[in-house]
Design a protein. Structure first.
Lengths: 306, 277
């Protein structure tokens, strides 16, 4: 009896280690190293360094510690502050428009309509065109006098506005182009989300007498929540960081009315105010994190609760 | 039933009409302007060119500033190919180990990956780091930057896809005597092919179209990429709208070809995460 009990673990010991060890070391931790080195040197180090450099007056030659002066300047100079507020307007406007339009287009392009394939590709195509190319094209199209948009409106007797020359309109015109270019991704994500909803739900609702409106609000909208999460987060991350489209279309003008943090960072960098530029980067970092992280957590929580 | 079919076709027709005005007219404008002579193009209208100068303009835009655009195409191709290869291999290794092996490092790695997706890169400090290691304004530096900034997105896709490959396969390979490198590169990586194609296409389009990266980290005309060339072209050659739009037209072709060939993979990549958050 005792010999039996004693002999068993020793037999296990002899068998197990050679069997287990190879499988575990088949997933070596050093596989993290190549990506880790790049990430550390070119992403993590600059990000942490930015926290220090944002507190300095930094020129090509030397750095001087000046405390929070850069941030004070950032929030007291109207031209810099305008970029800060514009970032929120631009981010939320483009993101909201992409969610609404993407969902509507998604529903429309999964319904039984003619020319569906063509419509899907044509909506998606602008996603692939370079942002600079789109920016230049629309800058020409939105020209107040020669532009195709205003001459098209003139055919209907409408005098089009100065899309990019009117200070109160420029940012919204760029946001419009951003939506034009980016709505394809949102639509695509919603199409995938809608296709994953079991058709039985719609049939059951129809049997119970739900009309199209009710089916949309009670079935489609709640069940495409994962798609909504993806669209909101992706478009917010992109919209808050926006730079290249704005730079190609107005360079933040007229004046600084269409500046966002992204373009302020570039302008200060060009002007040689590296510390101020980096402070802008830190502000952007805080803004993006403060908006994205709570939204991501909120969406995840709602998902778990269901 | 007939009324329903009629309505279906009618809404389809209206949608097609709207899509033409909203989406096709801008592209038609690009192509038509690119085919005109300089004086005609400067009218910036939607008329047909009186003479189609498509080929002539291609040659002209290529020759501008001592074949600048041709060199830019070479640079952009080198940048896109190498950075995408680098990022795919590195990200696949991380995504694979991250999914297969549960260790106390995992939560931290996951947070870092998400941080890489959300946190905007700090521009000037990155330049400072590049200068310190002597890679600022060099093509290798730009390649490394693009590879680094694309890592997080790729890792997320790879991690999700590795979970669909049965672990028994790894075990069988190990029993047959495969080491970790062989297991990964000869057994797992070939099975990841669908997601590799997705990642390659999506990231190639992103890197090729990237403007901000080269603007900051690769200034100067020696290594100019197509996006930078286009941007500079706009400010340098006034009143040559035909050549400007020919430039836009030409640099749209590579992503367009990618889209036509890999339509399905692009859609798969963009929509991953839509079905299950």
């Amino acid at each position: 009896m005792t010999t039996l009990v004693a002999s068993r673990p020793s037999a296990d010991d002899a068998l197990k280690p050679p069997k287990r060890r190879p499988i575990k070391s088949s997933y070596p931790t050093w596989f993290y190293i190549p990506a880790g080195v790049f990430y550390l040197v070119l992403f993590a180090v600059p990000t942490f360094a930015s926290l220090y450099f944002s507190l300095t007056r930094w020129t090509l030659f030397d750095t001087e510690f000046i405390g929070l002066d850069n941030f004070v300047q950032f929030f007291s100079e109207p031209m810099l502050l305008r970029g800060f507020t514009n970032t929120f307007i631009y981010g939320f406007l483009t993101s909201g428009a992409k969610v609404v339009l993407g969902l509507l287009l998604g529903v429309f392009l999964t319904s039984q309509i003619a020319a569906r394939g063509y419509l899907r590709s044509v909506v998606f195509f602008p996603v692939l065109v370079s942002t600079i190319g789109v920016g230049i094209t629309f800058k020409v199209l939105m020209d107040p006098f020669d532009g195709l948009i205003n001459s098209g409106l003139a055919l209907f007797g409408i005098t089009g506005p100065g899309w990019l020359t009117d200070p109160s309109l420029a940012l919204f015109s760029i946001a419009l182009v951003d939506v034009w270019k980016g709505v394809g991704i949102a639509t695509l994500i919603y199409i995938a989300g809608i296709a994953a909803i079991p058709p039985e739900y719609y049939e059951a609702a129809r049997v119970d007498g739900a009309n199209g409106w009710q089916r949309f609000w009670r079935i489609t909208v709640p069940l495409v929540r994962p798609a909504t999460t993806t669209v909101v987060l992706l478009s917010l991350i992109g919209g808050l960081r926006a730079f290249d489209l704005i730079w190609a279309m107005t360079r933040g003008g007229p004046g600084f009315t269409s500046d966002v943090i992204g373009s302020v960072i570039y302008k200060q960098y060009q002007a040689g105010f590296y510390g101020l530029s980096t402070a802008g980067n830190v502000v952007l970092f805080v803004v993006v994190t403060a908006i994205i992280v709570p939204i991501a957590i909120w969406f995840n929580k709602r998902e778990v609760e269901r | 039933m007939k009324a329903k079919a009629l309505r279906r076709n009618l809404t389809g027709a209206v949608a097609v009409l709207v899509s033409i005005v909203v989406f096709l007219v801008p592209f038609a404008f690009i192509v038509l302007t690119a085919a005109k002579s300089a004086p005609e193009a400067s009218l910036l209208d939607l008329s047909l060119p009186s003479e189609w100068l498509l080929w002539q303009n291609v040659v002209d835009v290529m020759q501008t500033r001592d074949y600048m655009l041709v060199r830019a195409f070479v640079n952009s191709t080198v940048l896109t190919v190498t950075s995408v290869v680098l990022m795919v291999v590195m990200a696949a290794m991380v995504g694979y180990v991250l999914q297969r092996r549960s260790s106390r490092w995992n939560p931290m790695v996951n947070v870092l990956v998400l941080a890489g997706l959300i946190v905007p890169p700090a521009v000037v400090p990155t330049i400072w780091v590049l200068q310190t290691i002597g890679l600022f304004k060099t093509m290798p530096g730009m390649i490394f930057i693009e590879a680094t900034f694309g890592l997080s997105f790729c890792i997320l896709l790879f991690r999700a896809f590795v979970s669909t490959i049965p672990k028994e396969l790894d075990e069988a390979a190990v029993i047959d005597g495969a080491g970790p490198l062989r297991l990964f590169f000869q057994v797992v990586l070939p099975l990841l092919k669908p997601v590799v194609v997705t990642v390659v296409v999506v990231q190639a389009v992103a890197v090729f179209n990237d403007f901000t990266g080269p603007l900051y980290f690769l200034p100067g005309s020696d290594n100019a990429t197509v996006q930078l060339t286009l941007y500079n072209f706009q400010s340098q050659t006034l009143n040559q709208w035909n050549l400007l739009f020919m430039n836009i037209f030409l640099i749209t072709i590579p992503p367009l070809v990618m889209y036509i060939v890999f339509n399905r993979q692009i859609v798969a990549g963009m929509t991953s995460g839509a079905v299950k958050g």
